[in-house]
Design a binder for this molecule. Structure first.
Ligand SMILES: [Zn+2]
Length: 384
């Protein structure tokens, strides 16, 4: 297998990149899952498919048996290719030691590396003390509810330790920010644009709200995640240039630290709006919470973190950094819902994700296979 690893991981990555799984809409999932399934079956790894809904297959593969259970998870979907590519985004193109294509970094590269690590573990001599469960799941790019979220909620996976292969440049992320999304609908009063004083301009009021929210200062800080953030991502209002707008919608994306609760964040938003309203009685609005994604912090003294650091150090010859994940990933499902130690560890850089000319370094991809394999052996050898 050792000699075949390079071939196997690149071949699988090529097949995955050349099977576009752009989400939305979430295309070609069955075809992509089949590629992984076929590779694993070649190495005698039993797999099964769990569909959360039609056309949404999640693959579960298992090596070894019993406890503890180590979960390796990757998502099969990608964002759209977008403009600006120098190569075909749905072909794996090699150059300067890099492998280009949509999803190479986020995260078909690590997905292939995890699958190949599982296959090589199945081939190795000697029984494992526990099991490695590898899952390839759908819909991460749109929230993961039918993917890892589904497997966790239904307890179709019940791991003791979890590794999610998002790109960290083989550093170890032990924590992740959360997100609280709000839609604020501002109510105005329509009037002819020539007599604006007869109306209440919802766009003007929404602008005040936007500026107020953007001026909020956050005192809390986290050693790996930094400060919370707030972004107003969308504003929409008005129907016609000569009409005073009676409605304007503002969408707010507040990113949270593990020390913040959604309740406290909601209160902070509502208090900011109430302070505006106390000065402007004509300000009318409704606040809806449209998404809450919980942040998490895994204990850094956990054996999983220790084993991950040692595994990376033994493969790369240098210790990885402990880092924080700014974006929301599927790691929150096992970390928050199952309260299991969870890390994010994978090949490629997050700077590559969701951009044209996305790539993963071939060297790092191969290192990732070794890191995942060594990590599984450490956790499942009983020698922890
Ligand atoms: Zn991803």
């Amino acid at each position: 297998m050792k000699k075949d690893i390079k071939h196997a991981v690149k071949a699988l990555l090529r097949e995955l990149v050349e099977t576009p799984t752009v989400n939305p809409p979430g295309e070609n999932y069955p075809q992509a899952v089949e590629k992984i399934e076929r590779m694993l079956e070649k190495f005698g790894v039993p797999t099964r498919i769990v569909e959360a809904a039609e056309g949404k297959p999640n693959l579960i593969a298992k090596v070894g048996r019993g406890k503890p259970v180590l979960l390796f998870n990757g998502h099969i979907d990608t964002v759209a290719a977008g403009a600006g590519w120098r190569t075909d985004p749905f072909r794996l193109v090699e150059g300067d030691g890099k492998l280009y294509g949509r999803g190479t970094a986020d995260m078909k590269g690590s997905l292939a590396a995890m699958a190949v690590a599982a296959a090589s573990l199945a081939e190795a001599d000697g029984p494992l003390e526990g099991s490695l469960v590898f899952t390839a799941t759908v819909d991460e790019e749109t929230g993961g509810q039918d993917g890892l979220g589904y497997l966790v909620k239904r307890r179709l996976v019940n791991p003791d330790f979890c590794v999610v292969g998002e790109p960290t440049g083989l550093n170890v992320a032990t924590c992740e920010k959360g997100a609280c999304w709000y839609r604020i609908t501002v109510q105005g009063k329509a009037a002819h644009g020539a007599v604006p004083e007869q109306g209440v301009n919802a766009v003007e009021k929404a602008s005040k709200i936007t500026l107020k929210l953007l001026s909020l200062k956050f005192r809390k800080t986290h050693r790996r995640l930094g400060k919370p953030t707030l972004n107003v991502g969308r504003m929409e209002g008005g129907v016609k240039i000569n009409v005073v707008p009676d409605r304007c919608v503002v969408e707010v994306d507040r990113r949270t630290l593990p020390s913040e609760t959604p309740q406290a964040v909601r209160r902070e938003i509502k208090e900011a709006l109430a302070s505006l309203r106390s000065k402007d009685p004509s300000l009318r609005y409704r606040v809806e919470e449209i998404l809450v994604s919980q942040p998490f912090q895994s204990p850094e003294e956990d054996p999983l973190v220790e084993a991950a650091v040692e595994s990376v150090a033994s493969v790369l010859g240098r210790k990885p950094k402990l880092v924080g994940m700014q974006g929301v990933t599927d790691a929150r499902f096992p970390a928050v819902d199952l309260k299991k130690p969870t890390i994010i560890l994978g090949a490629g850089s997050l700077n590559q994700a969701h951009k044209p000319n996305e790539y993963v370094s071939e060297k790092q991809l191969l290192q990732a296979v070794d890191v995942f394999r060594v990590l599984a052996e450490k956790i499942l050898s009983g020698r922890r």
